[in-house]
Design a protein around this ligand. Sequence first.
Ligand code: PLP
Length: 410
Amino acid sequence: VSGGNTMREFKKSSKLDNVLYDVRGPVVEEANRMESAGTHVLKLNIGNPAPFGFRTPDEVIYDMRQQLTESEGYSDAKGLFSARKAIMQYAQLKNIPNVSIDDIYTGNGVSELINLCMSALLDDGDEILIPSPDYPLWTACATLAGGKAVHYICDEQSEWYPDIEDIKKKVNDRTKAIVIINPNNPTGALYPREVLQQIVEVAREHQLIIFSDEIYDRLVMDGEEHVSIASLAPDLFCVTFSGLSKSHMIAGFRIGWMVLSGNKRHVKDYIEGLNMLSNMRLCSNVPAQSIVQTALGGHQSVKDYIVPGGRIYEQRECIYNALTDIPGITAVKPKAAFYIFPKLDVKRFNITNDEQFALDLLREKKILIIHGGGFNWKQPDHFRVVYLPRVGVLEQAAHKIGDFLSTYRQ
Ligand code: PLP
């Protein structure tokens, strides 16, 4: 109370009422509280390679140092020519059709561009198909923009591929677009060409924009090939997202991009909207843009991590085997990225609330995972583990999870 008046209270905007972003939500806050009280917490919750000892190639750092003094000013809103040219060539290598330098936008991570694309597209009540489980930023940005995120199921019984019948059931006159995340976070799935083709057919029939988040496209294991869905849809409008956060272990530098491709005749107005929002943020971080050419052009050190003997490959083998050895846990073996999304036998553990499960595990074993609900997964039967820590740490974590579950009943 000041001067006899009651202080005015400030509430967050109602636009945020239905926005969920649990990758940094309440369970993580509890972990932070525990850490500030001096407890060591093993954090398996966020896909940030650097703290786990993954280093960016030296030439990338060297390059940024060299260019720092020339990177002081704003760049063109879409980005430096050198960066966009390198991204254009990368898009060509992935057979993404009809891409010119004007179709490439750099962003402060893919995150900024997801937000931008959703804001420019969605009016109140417009629908967009988003996978469940998803990387929750997609649902959050669509919701914040006023759109309605309609979740289609990815089917664990079929390697976590999108359920095409479910997609067909959920398309209607208000559906503007479909989002795919390939390779997938949180499941680690990699979609084969035939599945992508089926998605393209649905998009073609209902004239949907395709948004494809491909930030893990260079982290594919088992000799598999990543196919960009845009390469299969020259007659549709596609937006493909990627960046250097994961492939070059520089999530902190904040550099990602999007590539507009295919048929652009019917999306002129939308592109005007994208340009306006892109101009409004002036440009993305210029020092980070300055290394794109070097990063995409040189030796791809990430390849050493994803083959037998490499850290990500071996850590995947370790976490998959260790978790699936635990009675009451099953999992689809991930093919890409560095996440696994195991299933809990909810009857056995009597689990009805997956967030509570995550909190109980955190408090008892000091291990932080994110519950499936954080990825817009509607049943309380999944959780995500980030397998970036070294094999010894992962073994220990799995052992503790097994120990915890051996007596756990909710
Ligand atoms: N898309 C997916 C599927 C992700 O997993 C992430 C980060 O974890 C992002 C986008 C955001 O990446 P960026 O660092 O480029 O903003």
